[in-house]
Design a protein around this ligand. Structure first.
Ligand code: ADP
Ligand code: MG
Length: 265
């Protein structure tokens, strides 16, 4: 399955709360090419998760339209997979049991890979791709935070998604694990070529991973910059030393400074 195309046209979202209306998103218009890797970077509370929930079909915009492959969105769709900051693994299931959960929830023939035997093979292959061969029979409590998040990613990928959405997936991990997770994610992306919508507050992470970075203003979140990242793929540890990488990072820092998100003493 190749990646989905996503089109947002003047999408706005306002939450009605007991203490009044909260406008989370303002006039978000963007096009995401099939099989591209895009990041949304912005300060805490600017509406990133709101935006992802709308694209995932988990919530509806107050106004504006969202198209997936040129078809108006009407709720969660097959081929969408989501990874959150918290791994939400089931503690009473093994690693393999957690990865196969989507099949058990939808019936084992829900996704036609030819039955549970081959699903199991696919799960084991994904585990080895994220460096967890031999961990299939462990329980979540036996794993580190990074390993748990790798299992979550396998659980998303076993569904053979055409759109993978990740909401600050590495936010709870230490810096070194976080860096390794980026390399592993790019390896998976290069193999599967789904569309990725990656939400982060890390400028470096966004630039390193993406074909395009959408920079958001503080709430109500607007896309204030749309930056194409021309760094060649596959990217490597040395990509960070590329002057183009540093220029993009500086550029986005500049946007945050002008928005008052970053201030200097
Ligand atoms: P981010 O992910 O960028 O940190 P969010 O999208 O979670 O930001 O939230 C954006 C704004 O919308 C925040 O002010 C938040 O309090 C508000 N918000 C998010 N979800 C809801 C909701 N279900 N009800 C009311 N307000 C919400
Ligand atoms: Mg969020």
């Amino acid at each position: 399955m190749s990646g989905k195309k996503i089109t947002l046209d003047r999408v706005e979202k306002t939450f009605k709360t007991r203490s009044g209306n909260v406008q989370a998103l303002k006039e978000v218009t963007l096009d995401i090419e099939p099989s591209s890797f895009i990041s949304v970077v912005g300060p805490s509370g600017c509406g990133k998760s709101t935006l992802m929930n709308l694209i995932a079909g988990l919530d509806k915009p107050t106004s504006g339209s969202i198209l997936l492959n040129d078809t108006p969105m009407n709720g969660p769709q097959a081929g969408n997979a989501v990874v959150f900051q918290k791994d939400v693994l089931l503690e009473w299931r093994t690693v393999l049991g957690n990865i196969l959960l989507p099949f058990d929830m939808h019936g084992i023939t829900w996704f036609d890979r030819g039955g549970r035997g081959t699903n199991r093979d696919a799960a084991l292959e994904l585990l080895s791709m994220v460096g967890l061969e031999g961990f299939a029979d462990k329980y979540p409590f036996e794993l580190s935070g990074g390993m748990r998040q790798r299992v979550s990613i396998c659980r998303a990928l076993i569904q053979n998604p055409s759109l993978l959405m990740m909401d600050e997936p590495f936010g709870a991990l230490d810096a070194l694990t976080r860096e390794q997770m980026m390399y592993d994610l790019l390896k998976l992306y290069n193999k599967f070529k789904f569309t990725v919508v990656f939400i982060t507050h890390s400028i470096e992470e966004a630039v390193f991973l993406s074909d395009r970075v959408f920079v958001m203003s503080p709430r109500p979140g607007e896309v204030v910059r749309d930056i194409s990242i021309g760094l060649p793929r596959p990217r490597s540890i040395d990509t960070r030393l590329d002057p183009q990488f540093m220029a993009h990072v500086q550029d986005i820092r500049g946007v945050f400074k002008s928005q008052g998100v970053l201030t200097e003493v």
